[in-house]
Design a binder for this molecule. Structure first.
Ligand code: C5P
Length: 237
């Protein structure tokens, strides 16, 4: 597969066109950003760790019957993916209260959420990714009613696969963000990434943070901790 022009440069990944019209290459960079890109640092090996971690998780989800964008691991930092038409919303599921939920509702961090909470956010850095609901998504035409239903169904299906996967490796899947797109046949397919950059993971015993909150909160050992998460799951690095 031949890598061609850059299509899009995100905060941590660059997307390249390929010689196949329906395939793209995701290149995971070492850039790590927080607070809408206000804090950016290069963390050695992060691109490689996240690329391999993402491939591992997406393969587990595929095995569970969830369609994902990922086709193949191409190199340490690159993956081949299907081209999708991305839906501009983020789907968040929360099993435990943390982050913006705690700030918004004043609930205690660490409170178990039963049932888990589902939230939509608009992908828009300039507006700081505001929370939106089904009505906004429908009214502004970001997705159809069926697509909204499917994104919710798939986001919870991911929870049913990943919560026990992390629990068996001694970690709590606190919350995570997913993004979906449509393929050429109109199917809703999981896109973007699933890595410790886009979820919260706590050690089950100590409740130590093992995700991007280490970077956001300046706790140090960011990539070292991502590698520990990968090792616990048996991801080959
Ligand atoms: O900040 P908040 O608590 O709303 O984040 C919920 C989850 O979604 C966290 O795991 C966070 O890492 C992830 N997220 C993300 N990208 C964003 C917003 C949130 O990966 N733009």
């Amino acid at each position: 597969m031949e890598k061609r022009d850059e299509l899009y440069r995100g905060k941590a990944k660059t997307v390249y066109l390929t010689d196949a019209e329906d395939k793209l290459i995701l290149h995971f960079r070492n850039d790590t950003s927080a607070f809408d890109g206000q804090k950016i640092e290069q963390l050695e090996r992060k691109g490689e760790v996240n690329n391999k971690f993402n491939h591992f998780i997406m393969s587990k989800l595929e095995q569970a019957g969830i369609k994902t964008q990922v086709e193949a691991l191409l190199s340490d930092t690159d993956s081949l993916v299907k081209k999708l038409n991305m839906i501009p919303v983020e789907c968040v599921v929360r099993n435990v209260a943390a982050g913006s939920l705690v700030r918004r509702l004043g609930v205690e961090e660490g409170k178990e959420l039963d049932p888990p909470v589902f939230e939509f956010f608009l992908k828009d850095d300039a507006l700081h990714d505001p929370m939106v609901n089904d009505f906004h998504i429908l009214s502004f035409g970001w997705a159809t009613e069926q697509q909204i239903a499917k994104m919710k169904e798939l986001t919870f299906k991911v929870n049913a696969v990943l919560k026990p996967l992390f629990a068996d490796a001694g970690m709590v899947l606190v919350d995570y963000k997913l993004e979906f797109g449509t393929d050429s046949e109109g199917n809703i397919v999981l896109g973007d990434e699933f890595t410790p950059d886009g979820c919260r993971l706590w050690d089950a015993e100590t409740k130590n943070k093992m995700d991007k909150d280490r970077f956001r909160q300046g706790l140090g050992s960011v990539v070292e901790t991502y590698i520990e998460v990968a090792n616990r799951l048996g991801v080959e690095l």
